[in-house]
Design a binder for this molecule. Structure first.
Ligand code: ATP
Length: 594
């Protein structure tokens, strides 16, 4: 019947809604069978009395009429119940996926294609929904209903009963024989679906580059090929479904015919009481007709199982590097529970007094990389100190910032914040105390106001305006038609790179964390804005611990200590004057940025 542990786990939080849908389907099936029972009695009565107007006949006709109306009403109710159950399953499973994804953090996200994720959120969740709302109720009610009528047939005649049991068992067994191949085809379909989606998204995101390189024609051709592969995978899956469905239907029809024939024969030879003949024919109809619905439902059952395998594979992903925090570290059973966790107070662990972040002989290698990305890195960052990291591209500067944020874990050595070592348990403590602005800042779909407020959800309007002023973006926002309510489209593409950077700086300043990271945070700004933001950073210096990954002389100059990073190592350190006198690489870098 295609139930596994994973499928049971996915129903958590929606059990009552799923049970309601199953119960309602069962009632509908039983009531439909009750119509058959009434009809069989009615025909029997008519044959006996040959009178349409008798009271028992009127009662039977009335009962059939009432049952049909009730069934109609229950069908309508069923649509609502199934929709509610479906929504609940989708919400809860998506909340689980999201929690896991954020727990695994950027290190994992870098390894998975956007299309696979999209497909996980859409297709596979839909498959699970169909399993619980369309497959499970239909199969459970059909089997139970068949069971009731087969017991009746056994009572009438054991041989008739036995033939009907064999037919039903065959009908249920056929799909099981196809299970292996259906699982494989289902997996292939979802893989092709994920690739197709990934390629489409890649193309949309890279449209400017495709146009610039005149590569759009080739892209369209490639997409067509991926679409064709996806279509083929669907057809292959469908082919097996049709073959399996044909076999199931064949056995069901043969089973029904055989049972009717056996009943007739047994009656002809006097083994079945004639008065039971009509009842038996209707009972056979009532037992077998809901089974026909199963033929189309099996496909949904297969999809549900296949979806549950791939989703639980993802949810079981192990990582030594989990980005736990108050919300994502605690498993929420459903979306409501997740929302109440989100409503709880966060950022409770902000350090008020002295802050000290240390790298102690830290080495790190990206998964699959041939050599260490960072080797033996040590430095100390504390309140009132500004460190600048400089060095050639690819040297490992951003990786140092990533380790501070807990995106990755050191392979050897330690990253500590006020004596707490960076690990799964303490990652949230680091996150609460660090605000970062990256080279490439993500703005979320919504308003500018919401994007800035993300830095501190409890911020007042005044605080938000103040942060925007410090980030030199206030005047620009006020010149927009809807000021702070102006919409930010996906990826913030309506803003220039410099504007996006300033909105991100406002968001980070609003967080008011004791440690600030600026990773090439002013790279897209013009000289004037950069100078103003430099002044803002300068004004924060005494109160904050600041790490700047610098590319311009002005920012480098404001650092108390400059670390020259090359090929994963700190090859020299000191203030600007010292390095200019003693470090050839630093002199070359300075010449490059002057
Ligand atoms: N997710 C990743 N997986 C594997 N290797 C990575 C990953 N991210 C970065 N790297 C590699 O690690 C090295 C250090 O990269 P990093 O971004 O830290 O350098 P960087 O000094 O900040 O460079 P830039 O100044 O160009 O930003 C590079 O060789 C880069 O290709």
């Amino acid at each position: 019947m295609f139930i596994n542990k994973a499928l049971l786990a996915f129903s958590k939080g929606s059990e009552s809604k799923i049970s309601k849908a199953i119960f309602l389907q069962l009632i509908i099936t039983l009531f439909s069978s009750a119509v058959s029972v009434c009809l069989s009695i009615l025909i029997n009565e008519l044959l006996k009395s040959m009178q349409i107007g008798s009271s028992s006949v009127s009662i039977l006709i009335g009962s059939i009429f009432v049952l049909l109306i009730v069934i109609k009403f229950l069908h309508r109710l069923n649509v609502r119940v199934v929709n509610e159950a479906g929504r609940s399953i989708k919400d809860n499973v998506r909340a689980k996926i999201l929690q896991k994804l954020f727990l695994l953090g950027p290190e994992y996200a870098d390894t998975i294609r956007t299309g696979s994720l999209t497909s996980m959120f859409t297709t596979r969740v839909e498959w699970l929904m169909n399993y619980y709302t369309k497959y499970l109720p239909v199969i459970l009610s059909a089997v139970l209903n068949a069971g009731i009528f087969i017991i009746f047939l056994m009572y009438v005649d054991i041989y008739t009963g036995m033939v009907s049991i064999v037919s039903v068992v065959m009908m249920l067994a056929i799909p099981m024989l196809f299970f292996g191949i259906m699982k494989e085809k289902g997996k292939k379909e979802w893989e092709e679906h994920a690739t197709y989606y990934s390629e489409c998204l890649d193309g949309l995101q890279g449209m400017v580059s495709l146009k610039a390189f005149n590569a759009d024609a080739k892209y369209v051709r490639d997409i067509k090929n991926y679409g064709e592969n996806y279509r083929k995978a669907i057809m292959a899956h469908l082919k097996v479904t049709i073959i399996e469905g044909t076999f199931s239907e064949f056995f069901l029809r043969v089973g029904t015919a055989l049972t009717i024939a056996i009943t007739g024969l047994r009656c002809a030879y006097g083994y079945v009481d004639k008065s039971f003949l009509i009842y038996s024919f209707f009972a056979i109809g009532a037992a077998f007709s809901p089974m026909f619905n199963l033929i189309s439902a099996w496909h949904l059952g297969f999809q549900g199982v296949s979806g549950s395998y791939s989703l639980s594979e993802f949810l079981d992903t192990k990582s030594e590097n989990l980005m736990e925090n108050d919300v994502i570290g605690r498993e929420a059973k459903n979306r409501q529970e997740l929302e109440s966790l989100l409503d709880e107070k966060h950022f409770q662990n902000v350090i008020n007094g002295d802050v000290r972040l240390s790298f102690n002989k830290v080495s790190f290698r990206y998964k699959g990389a041939k050599k260490d990305t960072l080797k033996n890195i040590s430095f100390e960052l504390y309140k009132g100190k500004t460190i600048a990291l400089v060095g050639p591209s690819g040297g490992g500067k951003s990786t140092i910032a990533g380790l501070m944020m807990g995106f990755y874990r050191a392979d050897s050595g330690e990253v500590t914040l006020n004596e707490k070592v960076m690990n799964n348990e303490n990652a949230a403590f680091f996150g609460d105390n660090i605000a970062a602005v990256w080279q490439d800042n993500h703005l979320f779909y919504g308003s500018i106001y919401e994007n800035i407020k993300m830095g501190k959800p409890s911020a007042t309007d005044e605080e938000i305006y103040e942060a925007a002023k410090k980030a030199m973006i206030y005047d620009l926002i006020m010149s927009l038609p809807e000021e702070f309510d102006t919409g930010v489209d996906e990826l913030g593409s309506r803003f220039s790179a410099g504007e996006r950077q300033r909105i991100a700086i406002a968001r980070a300043l609003l967080k008011d964390a004791p440690i600030l990271i600026f990773d090439e945070a002013t790279s897209a700004l013009d000289r004037e804005n950069e100078r103003y933001i430099g002044e803002t950073i300068q004004s924060l210096k005494s109160d904050k611990a600041i790490l700047i990954i610098a590319h311009r002389l002005s920012t480098i100059s404001m650092a108390d200590e400059i670390l020259v990073v090359e090929d994963g190592e700190i090859i020299d350190r000191g203030n600007r004057q010292y390095l200019e006198e003693n470090c050839e690489l630093f002199r070359r870098l300075i010449r490059g940025v002057k």
